[in-house]
Design a protein around this ligand. Structure first.
Ligand SMILES: [Fe+2]
Length: 285
């Protein structure tokens, strides 16, 4: 399968992080192999089932999200005692002084079609209106995700557009950014609509194994590929404590509960953690 595959290396061992970060910086994404012991993968899937599908009633062709998954997961916190992951965090942030920024889990069922191309970064939004607008303004990797089924265009996973993270990138050839700026559509479209085709210049369908860490940069455009299986993924993001965020929502009770249950050696990762309030909307003036 050669379509949608780059002609340069995107796979790096966790002992070769400098090269991984060069690839991330140059191309907007990379895959770090075996970042998580494989035996944790099934445990994480069970945790995602517990929080997102406790009644085992997720319909076909649908999805559910948990936007504070680190508050529920035990397994993710094992990464904070796992030297390959700690080395990665230290190198990517340039400091050991980091706090939990945000986290998520996504469960998808077979039959879901490809998602819309988008970037998560919201720095172009002048007046933040939602929690995503508040939190997604830093130049830290937007995606540090474990695709627990792996990632493959024939089954499920993620695609990215190479080099789309570069400041000034204004859409793939033949496409234009929409007015809002988070997605793109064909140049000839008479009105904006989000594109969800794999057949776009620069599209790379990421192939990865369970336990690999798929990283993409703050502004990299990405989309979930069509889902042919029950698909589990989770993401964990930290930021330097020096990047203070004054969240306009009160600390959610679930975030306080995390501080209570977390082992004391991990509690300093919550200094600066804002939690996530998906119901918060800025007051209009
Ligand atoms: Fe996204």
């Amino acid at each position: 399968m050669n379509s949608f595959q780059p002609d340069y290396n995107i796979y790096f061992d966790s002992s070769d992080l400098e090269a991984a970060l060069i690839c991330l910086s140059e191309n907007g994404y990379c895959v770090i192999k075996r970042m998580m012991p494989y035996r944790w993968v099934d445990e994480l899937k069970s945790e995602i089932d517990r929080v997102l599908d406790p009644g085992q009633d997720l319909p076909e062709s649908s999805n559910r999200y948990h936007m504070m998954f680190a508050e529920e997961s035990e397994v993710l916190w094992r990464l904070m005692d796992h030297s390959p992951y700690l080395n990665f965090l230290r190198l990517i942030h340039g400091t050991e002084s980091v706090c939990l920024h945000r986290s998520a889990a996504i469960l998808r069922s077979p039959g879901e079609s490809m998602g819309n191309w988008h970037k998560d970064h919201r720095g172009h939004i002048k007046k933040p209106k939602t929690a995503n607008d508040i939190l997604n303004r830093l130049s830290i990797p937007s995606g540090c995700w474990f695709y627990l089924n792996g990632s493959h265009p024939d089954r499920s996973g993620i695609a990215v557009i190479e080099k789309s993270h570069i400041i000034g990138w204004d859409g793939p050839e033949g496409y234009r950014l929409t007015q809002e700026g988070s997605t793109f559509c064909p140049i000839e479209a008479s009105s904006d609509y989000p594109c969800n085709s794999m057949d776009v210049p620069g599209c790379v369908a990421i192939c990865a194994d369970p336990g690999d860490l798929i990283c993409f940069a703050a502004r990299t455009f990405h989309a979930n590929v069509a889902t042919q299986e029950r698909r589990y993924s989770c993401g964990l993001g930290f930021r330097p404590k020096s990047d203070c965020i004054d969240a306009p929502w009160p600390l959610p009770q679930t975030a306080s509960a995390l501080a209570e249950r977390l082992d004391s050696r991990h509690r300093s990762y919550l200094d600066g953690y804002t939690g996530f309030d998906g119901s918060w909307i800025a007051e209009t003036d």
